[in-house]
Structures are given as structure tokens and as C-alpha cells.
Design a protein around this ligand. Structure first.
Ligand code: DCT
Ligand code: MG
Length: 287
């Protein structure tokens, strides 16, 4: 069939004729495929933004035929975190104005100071890097006496739940590879009191003082900046993590045979010094 024959039919112009010919000749329509692919990606992106969902789960739901958040709510097999992620889907997508982050920090700070006077509390992440709005609130806590951070985690989290500030739990984690109880992380959802408030994602991390500077550096980020710092440390045969900066690493290829020994890191500046870097303040750590 030729283009001219198609155009001679009623209501068929050149563009429609081209599409009909493409379907006859190739069995498909490139533009439609492209459109559908875009839609597929949009749907998987929609699913991937449910807190606690990675690309694999998003793809699985798509392959199971789910196309909307309501499909997920009613038909998908969800983890606890995904249920919470769906419950607050719209709220979690919104960025938090930095003034509100300060208010959230104050609630945690007031509660923790009552439990352990003298604790250090610092909101890290994009907030410490000076951003006008934040995706979540990353609160880091330690105590300069080196011991008062112990047995603080559960009283703090339980107290914040009792007063209604923490509304949902996502994850509790204890670094079992480190000294037990040394590094605790809580991921949950908080709500400030008052009308018109929104549910916000809050992480609380409690670390022993000897880990504080490494944790402060890590949780301040950015993720990209952290990666560069770790890479630089590797190149100097040091090992940098959110817990420690170690020297004397013995490597076999990429595998560390011996983790070496911890260097004293009383401040973030000391970590920059070990890496022969001039100190970079948080607002210059985006890259
Ligand atoms: N981090 C990291 N590597 C990751 C994730 C996080 O090094 N894969 C570190 C760097 C930032 C910090 O933890 C907090 O993480 P996020 O809250 O995800 O980042 P953010 O910079 O605070 O950004 P946002 O405003 O979106 O919360
Ligand atoms: Mg953050």
C-alpha cells in the first residue's frame, strides 16, 4: 500500500498515512513505543519515591501491573516502611523550610538536654550546609564526657513518642560491627504541634564522643563530598568512615586484610589535616 492510496481515503492526511504505513511495515509505531516507555518510567519514578522503595521494588510492582499509588495501597505486598511511605507520600516529597528544621531540632534538643545535661546536638545534612530547605532532618547527638551518650537512645525516642512528636517509626539500627550500643540510629516521622503542620522525616543518630567528628563530617555530607573524602583517604592508605579515620590499613587489592588503628579525631579540622586538605566549612561541601 502506498501513501497516496491512503490519503485518497476519507479523513486521512499525510501524517496519519505515514503512521499507518509504519504500522504495516514495522508492526509497531515508534512514537507510541516512546510514549509508553516514558509512561513506564514515570510510573516507576512515582513508585520509587515511596520511602523505603528502591528501583527493584518499583519495577516489580510495575511488572505486576500496578500503575497508581492506589493500586499499591490496595493490591501490593508492602513492607512496614512502604506503608508509612505511602501514608505520607505527598508530605515526604515536600522540602522542609530551614526555619521549621530549627523548630524540630529544638524539640529534640529540649528533650535530650533534660535527659542528659551537657549533650551536644547538631543538625547535619543539607541544613548544616546552609540550604534554605531540607529533604529531612538529620540530628546528631553525642556527649563530651565520652560515656553519657550510653543508654540515652531509647529514653529519648520513647519520650518523643509519648509526647506525640514522633508519630511513626521507620527504622532502629545499632551498628553491630562496632562496639555494641556505640552508634544508634533512629529513622522516623515527626509532627510539630499546632495547626497546619506536616509530617516530616527525622533521623536521630547518637554516637560516642570519639566518633563524633567523623560522624559530623559524614552526616553533614554531601554524599558526593563524602565519596571524594573517602577516595582521598584510600589513596593515602587511610580509611575514613562515619565512625573513624584509621591508619596502617593492609590491603590485598580492594579487600582490607587489616583495618589498622584509629587516629584521634577531636574535630572535623583534624580530619582535614590528616588528609592534607585545607578546612572546608559545611556550606562549601556540596561537591
Ligand atoms: N550520606 C552519604 N551517603 C549516602 C547517603 C547519605 O554519605 N548514600 C550522608 C551525606 C548526607 C547525610 O548522610 C544525610 O543524608 P541525606 O539526608 O540523604 O542528604 P542531605 O544532604 O541532608 O539532603 P536532603 O536535603 O535531601 O535531606
Ligand atoms: Mg538530610
Amino acid at each position: 500500500m502506498k501513501s497516496q492510496e491512503l490519503i485518497s481515503l476519507p479523513d486521512i492526511g499525510q501524517r496519519l498515512a505515514d503512521k499507518i504505513l509504519e504500522i504495516i511495515e514495522t508492526g509497531g509505531l515508534w512514537k507510541l513505543d516512546e510514549f509508553q516507555t516514558d509512561n513506564d518510567i514515570t510510573t516507576m519514578n512515582l513508585f520509587g519515591q515511596v520511602w523505603g522503595t528502591g528501583p527493584a521494588a518499583a519495577k516489580k510492582w510495575f511488572d505486576q501491573g500496578f500503575r497508581t499509588l492506589d493500586d499499591l495501597r490496595t493490591k501490593a505486598k508492602l513492607t512496614h516502611n512502604q506503608i508509612i511511605g505511602l501514608k505520607y507520600y505527598d508530605e515526604f516529597l515536600e522540602r522542609i523550610p530551614r526555619e521549621e528544621v530549627s523548630e524540630i531540632e529544638k524539640v529534640v534538643s529540649d528533650a535530650v538536654q533534660v535527659l542528659r545535661p551537657g549533650v551536644i546536638i547538631q543538625t547535619c545534612g543539607s541544613y548544616r550546609r546552609g540550604k534554605a530547605s531540607c529533604g529531612d532532618v538529620d540530628v546528631l547527638i553525642s556527649h563530651p564526657d565520652g560515656v553519657s551518650h550510653e543508654y540515652l537512645f531509647y529514653p529519648l525516642v520513647d519520650g518523643l513518642k509519648l509526647c506525640g512528636f514522633l508519630t511513626d517509626d521507620l527504622m532502629y539500627s545499632e551498628k553491630v560491627d562496632e562496639e555494641p550500643g556505640s552508634h544508634m540510629k533512629y529513622c522516623g516521622v515527626c509532627l510539630l504541634p499546632g495547626e497546619g503542620r506536616k509530617h516530616r522525616r527525622l533521623d536521630i543518630i547518637i554516637v560516642p564522643y570519639q566518633e563524633y567528628a567523623c560522624a559530623l563530617l559524614y552526616f553533614t555530607g554531601s554524599t558526593l563530598f563524602n565519596r571524594s573524602m573517602r577516595h582521598l583517604a584510600d589513596g593515602m592508605n587511610l580509611y575514613l568512615s562515619q565512625h573513624r579515620l584509621n591508619t596502617g590499613i593492609i590491603r590485598n587489592g580492594k579487600t582490607k586484610i587489616n583495618l589498622g588503628t584509629r587516629l584521634p579525631t577531636p574535630t572535623e579540622e583534624s580530619i582535614f589535616n590528616y588528609l592534607n586538605l585545607p578546612y572546608r566549612p559545611p556550606h562549601e561541601r556540596d561537591h
